[in-house]
Design a protein around this ligand. Structure first.
Ligand SMILES: Cc1ncc(C[n+]2csc(CCOP(=O)(O)OP(=O)(O)O)c2C)c(N)n1
Length: 906
């Protein structure tokens, strides 16, 4: 026997002796074993006619065959024919029968174990043939690791009952051939017409097109009304044309590089990053909406965005029905194995805040990443091994076997609808050219590319197969190619003749009625006050713990303090924020927030959700606004991720212009973990793709002696990325101004993200409060002038932003310095310079300083230098530093003191 057996001799001996024991006295063995032996006897009797006194050797062999079956189910995927261009690696132990205690002589023997795979008692050779066909042909299935038996059985039953052999009608076969024809001829056409132009050809994986076509049509039959797709560069043009129905003409126009005039705000993007949406009619007459999310070059960054979009649509369009919309994420083999965002996104799959009822993951596996071989790209056996963390089944399929591909993706779709869980398809093909069409792949993979050069494309393979079977006319493929080529030529000529035009992204109804913001929009903010009666009634609700709900005494005190605030007509930061949400909800705008520990709030200020003292029972006042509850309030503690969570909320905001969507960072510092989303989506989506968002980022920021990583949300980085009214950056000092800033998000006919530096210690600072009338009247104040000083007496104006205001105020007040005005720049972008210029005009005789607690190379200083401010501005800040803040509390205090001293000494 080989060095390995699925059932050791010792184990076999134990089972044998148990069986003997059972035969002597059935009651003497444990219930499970008793049932097993009863079944075995019954089967044996029924199918062999022999009595129950089957020999022990037969019995052991039956068990061995059962183990062989288990071996195929568990490890069959290691021995498949799934690689079209390479020999597979050798795995041991193999599935040779000797490894299961069986011999060649057993092949002709009949075993009851055949019942296990649904073929009844059968010769061992037939059992093996069945298993080989099912598990070791063009489809390799990994599913035995799933911990829910019903899922395992479901997959097993589906595959074993069909032996994974697709049953397709002639019409279906013709249709598959026509999709393959489109995929292949389209690439070839581009290749010859636009020689050397980058298009990231799909060649080698053309079966992606019939696969997506099948999943959409079949998914529609299973109740899906919308698919949201995310994918990178590879094959994107092909998907846009042959799946999304973007016209060939439009694509050719992009290749022609037609230039166009614009307002200067739209910068555009390369053609293989663009998003698209369309409606298609399926074979069975069902209307399906498709949207392909715009994608930056950063591989896999689109994944959380797509999920967020899907989640938003589940809520707004499909009333919570997760079966009606399905995300499809298409990954590359190198990126799915290497990018950490995959793990973050997978962890979201079952979380209430982020679940979308399962996602179909497709890996376009061309066995190479740029020039990197798979052996250098991962440690795991498969690029999809991460799927196991969420117990998602994985199907590896040979991309040259188009029928197997179509069959598998349909199975995956069915699984997603049945269990609302994630499922992976690893489409194993190759890449015909280099990373792009100008690259020479033989530099790095000479042997592989030798094999690829003489390999037939999937269309040729399938056409030959169909012709050989005599099922289609001999010249069908040729005819299809000729017709399609003629069509492409016609469209190309149209595109060449066409006038240059601005590619308008198709907007869905959701965004109808919204416009792009222009500079003037930020010269003043809209009125966002709320009448006193509504405001105080909502405040009461926010401050009330329902009767019978036994909260912790500290929470009771906090809520009583909220009541006192109402009585005094003075509100702190938390109340300002919660009132913004409550009033928006009352006006019909849903509010959704997620972030680490945001229900309570990292700094224990929000307490939007409270728990009962002696149980996990929860209460969220913003969900109990009675007649004021005109929209939902959702708040979720997130998983410990920044990248995926921000991406998700960004996607959510993309699909819901009429909701207030917020992401809160634990400390602003951690937002850099989501930098890719900030750079590639939040700051630039409008300029690249004309896509808008009203997402709010809450980033706790301020130098409070907590060290390098709990001080700075990196205001300077957000300001550096600010241009073309891409977002608003605020660092406000009053609860009322924050209230207005949040409300303003939904009170204009355009949507712009809001980056809010938010307080930590100020949450409890006695001076950081606002009067009732500040909420009932007015609007967001971009700049707050000093009301303590008299203009003429002012010798120095201190411009500042955020927390340092309170330190400056304290000195001004304690020394009654009427010669120093402190002016708060509450909004740094857009338009701070315009508002600051007005202050300059007022105090033109004085000296002007910018005071910031951040180091000279951080904070807003370098940003202010960007504007041609026509007055002299002196900087008072910490010295330039490589780290955002000192780790020593004493140094922090000394530095802070020096800043204030400097500001007041002249
Ligand atoms: C996050 C990120 N890092 C690096 C790159 C540069 N890059 C572009 S394509 C590519 C290889 C991707 O390989 P794979 O995921 O297998 O997709 P393929 O191009 O082979 O379809 C790399 C490294 C990128 N676009 N994004």
């Amino acid at each position: 026997m080989d060095s390995f057996s699925y059932l050791s001799n010792a184990e076999a001996a134990v089972i044998d002796s148990l069986y003997e024991q059972y035969k002597a006295n059935p009651e003497s063995v444990e219930f499970g074993w008793r049932k097993f032996f009863e079944g075995f006897d019954l089967g044996h009797q029924r199918y062999t006619g022999k009595g129950t006194n089957a020999g022990a050797e037969d019995f052991i062999k039956e068990i061995n065959v059962l183990n062989l079956i288990r071996g195929y189910r568990q490890r069959g995927h290691l021995f498949t024919q799934t690689n079209p261009v390479r020999e597979r690696r050798q795995y041991t132990p193999t599935l040779a029968i000797e490894n299961f205690g069986l011999q060649q002589a057993d092949l002709e023997k009949t075993f009851n174990a055949g019942m296990e795979i649904g073929i009844g008692p059968a010769k061992l050779k037939d059992i093996i043939a069945h298993l080989q066909q099912t598990y070791c042909n063009s489809i390799g299935a990994e599913f035995i690791f799933i911990r829910e038996p019903q899922k395992v059985q479901w997959i097993q039953q589906k595959m074993e009952s069909t032996r994974n052999i697709p049953q397709l009608s002639i019409e279906e076969k013709r249709h598959i051939l026509s999709k393959l024809n489109q995929a292949t001829v389209f690439e070839n056409f581009l290749h010859t017409k636009y020689v050397g132009q980058k298009r990231f050809s799909l060649e080698g994986l053309e079966t992606l097109i019939p696969a997506l076509d099948a999943v959409i049509h079949y998914g529609a039959d299973l109740g899906v009304e919308e698919f949201v797709l995310g994918m990178a560069h590879r094959g994107r043009l092909n998907v846009l044309a042959n799946i999304m129905n973007k016209t060939y003409e439009e694509i050719f126009k992009e290749f022609e590089g037609k230039a166009y005039e614009d307002d200067g705000l739209f910068e555009g993007d390369v053609k293989y990053h663009l998003g698209y949406s369309s409606d298609i009619l399926t074979h069975n007459g069902k209307k399906v909406h498709l949207s392909l999310a715009a994608n930056p070059s950063h591989l896999e960054a689109v994944n959380p965005v797509v999920k967020g979009m899907a989640k938003a649509k589940i809520k707004t369009r499909y009333k919570g029905d997760i079966d009606k919309i399905c995300p499809i994420l298409i990954h590359g083999d190198a990126s799915v194995a290497g990018q950490g965002i995959i793990y973050e996104v997978l962890q979201m799959a079952g979380l209430k805040a982020y679940t979308v009822g399962g996602c179909v993951h497709m890996v376009t596996n061309n066995q190479i990443g740029f020039t990197t071989n798979y052996t250098d790209a991962r440690t795991s056996t498969y690029c999809t091994d991460i799927a196991k963390t969420t117990l998602s089944p994985v199907f590896h399929v040979n991309a040259d076997d188009v029928e197997a591909v179509v069959y598998t993706i349909k199975l995956a779709m069915e699984y997603r609808q049945e269990f609302n869980s994630d499922v992976f398809i690893d489409l194993l093909g190759y890449r015909k050219y280099g990373h792009n069409e100008g690259d020479e792949p033989r530099f790095t993979q000479p042997l592989l590319y030798k094999a690829i050069a003489s390999h037939k494309n999937p269309r040729e393979i399938y056409a030959e197969q169909l012709m050989a079977s005599g099922k289609v006319e001999a010249d069908l493929a040729k005819q299809m190619e000729k017709e399609f080529r003629a069509l492409l030529q016609e469209k190309l000529e149209e595109a060449k003749r066409a006038e240059p035009s601005l590619p308008e992204p198709k907007t869905t109804n959701t965004w109808e009625g919204f416009r792009s913001a222009v500079e003037k929009d930020f010269h003043a903010s809209p009125t966002t006050g709320v009448n006193e009666k509504t405001l105080t009634t909502l405040a009461q609700k926010i401050a009330t713990i329902p009767e019978g709900f036994k909260a912790f005494s500290k929470i009771e005190k906090l809520f009583n303090d909220r009541k006192k605030m109402i009585a005094d007509g003075t509100f702190d930061w938390a109340m300002g924020e919660l009132l913004a949400y409550a009033t928006l909800i009352n006006e019909g705008f849903p509010v959704r927030m997620s972030g680490q520990d945001c229900q309570r709030g990292t700094f224990s200020h929000r307490h939007a959700v409270i728990k009962q003292e002696d149980s996990e029972k929860e209460y969220c006042a913003l969900q109990h606004l009675d007649e004021f509850q005109k929209a939902d309030f959702e708040i979720y503690n997130s998983l410990l991720s920044e990248y995926a969570v921000l991406g998700f909320e960004f996607g959510y905001s993309w699909a819901t212009p009429n909701a207030l969507t917020l992401w809160e960072a634990q400390f602003g510092d951690f937002a850099n973990g989501a930098q890719i989303i900030i750079d590639q989506y939040l700051s630039s989506a409008k300029a690249k793709w004309k896509r808008h968002s009203s997402l709010v980022l809450l980033l706790p920021h301020g130098h409070e002696g907590q060290g390098p990583e709990h001080s700075s949300a990196r205001l300077e980085r957000f300001l550096q990325l600010s241009a073309n009214w891409n977002w608003q950056v605020i660092n406000c000092t009053t609860p009322a101004n924050f209230f207005h800033a949040l409300r303003r998000q939904l009170k204009r006919d355009f949507r712009v993200p809001l980056i809010a530096m938010t307080p930590k210690s100020l949450l409890r600072h006695p001076a950081c409060v606002s009067k009732l009338e500040e909420f009932t009247k007015g609007s967001f104040q971009e700049v707050i002038d000093d009301s303590f000083v008299k203009t003429k007496e002012v010798k120095r104006v201190l411009f500042c932003s955020g927390k340092i205001y309170f330190d400056l105020l304290e000195r001004q007040q304690s020394e009654k310095r009427k010669d120093v005005a402190i002016v708060r720049v509450e909004q740094l972008y857009p338009a701070a310079h315009i508002h600051m210029a007005k202050i300059y005009e007022k105090y033109a005789h004085a000296e002007f300083c910018w005071v910031q607690e951040e180091a000279k190379n951080n904070g807003a200083w370098t940003f202010l230098l960007r504007w041609d401010i026509n007055f002299k501005l002196k900087l008072i800040s910490r010295k330039a530093s490589a780290t955002p803040a000192t780790g020593f509390a004493k140094t922090h205090n000394k530095e802070q003191q020096e800043l204030i001293d400097k500001a007041f000494s002249f």
